[in-house]
Design a protein around this ligand. Structure first.
Ligand code: G4P
Length: 543
């Protein structure tokens, strides 16, 4: 197979959803249809096995949530599918968002009884900003659902995306019998079988005009679906592939993941209408060891030389090895084990020998990978989130967006005897991007102000300091909820001249850029009102 063919058959996606909508179940069913597992249920078993064998997963176990991100690869209909897990919980972290920078499309799972929920909305926004195609699966149609037309309306009004149903449910809850495929005008009737969806569901495909089939169906469901379909034909959005690719229209599928209803139609439709790996942009940066900055340009996926970026770092996945894995999204060229690349941030040459493909917790050495694939590189303490690895030194990716921190706390060593280990551990975790740190004026001595998107990251820091560096730490609350960067201005030379409400503090980030911290929205508004000449930014200014 030529490199172009290898790339064209790759599909790299993440499933986004609010907890409990059915992401894990759907993942499991994709693997079942991709013949990667033979009996659905194994993913959950893996989840359980992992929680009992790894102490990194201790927090997961205690909280009953999934922190780690796994990458699953399987083959289906000639496509090599890379499915990235987005850990989900109300306390989810920047990691969840970052995973989305590595995918070319997203699949949004919605609970048919609940509609669009809070976390779906946040994750959707991140995907939309990247402009990737977003497919929708309305799950749990085997239970009483909300009116499907109302659900479509919600996608349009709450998320602001055109919703174009590819298929339509026949029946609702106990009367749910299947879906009508609007593209090929066929009914797909599912048969409920014993065994809880452990095997592929038997499906009968028939014409909706077939009288023998119509006679078998519930008259009320048939009448309702016929009426709704007529409405959609008249007033709905016609399926438009160009709009789907632009991220402006979402193809909508209905089904029930647990029963395997509609799963295969979704998978096939997704692979057909989704996109192969898209080119990434190289930005202009000064790179150590190069005389001139890199140039801003699109890097074609078919570019011969290897390039990729680190989008996630996971440490301590296997307590027996105490290792660290940098997950890299391949963007161009062909990755081969043992190849030598440049780590652009430091300008150093590194050999990529410990490369792995991960299937849940199991590792398999990977000898070759193509654009769209995700590889796990073991070791390499010098790699940080966002780093570019490449054979072509003119490429520098800046793919990882930063997200405004919403929680702040002071961290300190719990014991002077462990202070050295504590400092080394914290420096490593900051480099990995687990949390951010800031200097704030008048901070308690020997503390570091740390910030994150969710408090779960603080627990992760404390847990890892203890588990990996044998350093206990102390966390104490810091009174702010908002952080802003201030554009350089002469008035910053004399902070006492700046009018602020009580509780507001000044400081700087690790690049010495001035910041200001606010306890709440009101104090921020007050600051802007009183100091209109000082321009505030929710994200750091370009370095
Ligand atoms: P998540 O990863 O998005 O958090 O959701 P997950 O797949 O774990 O599913 C959440 C719950 O919803 C699970 O039930 C799961 O069995 C159920 N579920 C998933 N798909 C369907 C569906 O199509 N129909 C119905 N009726 N239920 C569905 P649970 O009771 O929390 O777990 P379990 O004991 O069944 O494993």
């Amino acid at each position: 197979m030529s490199p172009a063919q290898q790339i064209a058959r790759r599909r790299t996606l993440a499933i986004i959803s609010h907890p409990d909508a059915g992401k894990t179940t759907l993942t499991e069913k994709f693997l079942l249809y991709g013949n990667a597992i033979h009996l659905a249920g194994s993913v959950k078993d893996r989840k359980a096995a992992r929680a009992t064998t790894s102490d990194w997963m201790e927090i997961e176990k205690q909280r009953g949530i999934s922190i780690s991100s796994t990458v699953l690869q399987f083959e289906y209909a000639g496509c090599a599918v890379n499915l990235l897990d987005t850990p989900g919980h109300k306390d989810f972290s920047e990691d969840t968002y970052r995973v989305l920078t590595a995918v070319d499309a997203a699949l949004m799972v919605i609970d048919a009884a609940k509609g669009v929920e809070a976390q779906t909305r946040k994750l959707f926004e991140v995907c939309r900003r990247r402009g990737v195609p977003i497919f929708t699966f309305i799950n749990k149609c085997d239970r009483p659902t909300r009116d499907p037309l109302e659900l479509l309306d919600e996608l349009e009004t709450v998320l602001g995306i055109q919703a174009s149903p590819v298929n339509w449910p026949l029946g609702n809850g106990p009367t749910f019998r299947g879906v009508y495929d609007r593209l090929d005008a066929q009914l797909h009737l599912f048969e409920r079988v014993a065994g809880g969806g452990a095997y592929k569901a038997p499906v009968k495909v028939a014409s909706i005009e077939d009288d023998a089939i119509r006679a078998q169906l519930d008259a009320h469901s048939l009448a309702a679906a016929t009426e709704q379909l007529a409405m959609l034909d008249g007033a709905g959005h016609a399926f438009d592939l160009a709009q789907v690719h632009a991220g402006a229209q979402s193809p909508v599928y209905f089904g029930s993941a647990i029963n395997n209803f509609g799963v295969e139609l979704l998978l096939r439709g997704f692979l057909r209408d989704s996109v192969p790996p898209a080119p990434r942009r190289s930005v202009s940066r000064h790179v150590p060891g190069l005389p001139a900055p890199t140039s801003a340009a699109e890097v074609p996926v078919t570019h011969e030389r290897f390039s990729g970026f680190v989008f996630k770092i996971q440490a301590n996945m296997d307590p027996k090895h105490r290792d660290r894995i940098a997950f890299v999204r391949v963007c161009s060229g062909r990755f081969t084990r043992d190849m030598t690349v440049t780590h652009q941030r430091t300008g150093k040459t590194v050999r990529l020998s410990s490369s792995h493909k991960l299937f849940g917790q199991e590792r398999e050495t990977v000898d070759e990978a193509w654009p769209g694939d995700i590889i796990g590189l073991v070791g390499h303490g010098e790699f940080g989130i966002g780093d570019t690895l490449t054979e072509d030194r003119s490429i520098f990716y800046d793919e990882i967006p930063r997200f405004p921190s919403e929680v702040f706390a002071y961290l300190s060593s719990a014991s002077p005897a462990e202070a050295k280990k504590y400092r080394a551990g914290l420096a490593q975790l900051l480099q990995e991007g687990v949390v951010q740190s800031f200097h704030v004026r008048n901070a308690p001595s020997d503390t570091t102000l740390i910030a994150a998107v969710g408090t779960l990251q603080f627990e992760v820091v404390q847990h890892r300091l203890r588990a990996e560096y044998k350093a206990d730490s102390r966390l104490s609350p810091a009174p702010w909820t908002l952080l802003r960067w201030i554009e350089p201005h002469p008035r910053l030379a004399d902070l006492s001249s700046i009018v602020v409400a009580s509780g507001v503090s000044f400081g700087h980030d690790k690049f010495e850029q001035p910041i200001v911290l606010f306890p709440n929205e009101w104090t921020l508004n007050y600051f802007e009102e009183k100091n209109p000449e000082l321009k505030l930014h929710a994200l750091p200014l370009e370095q």
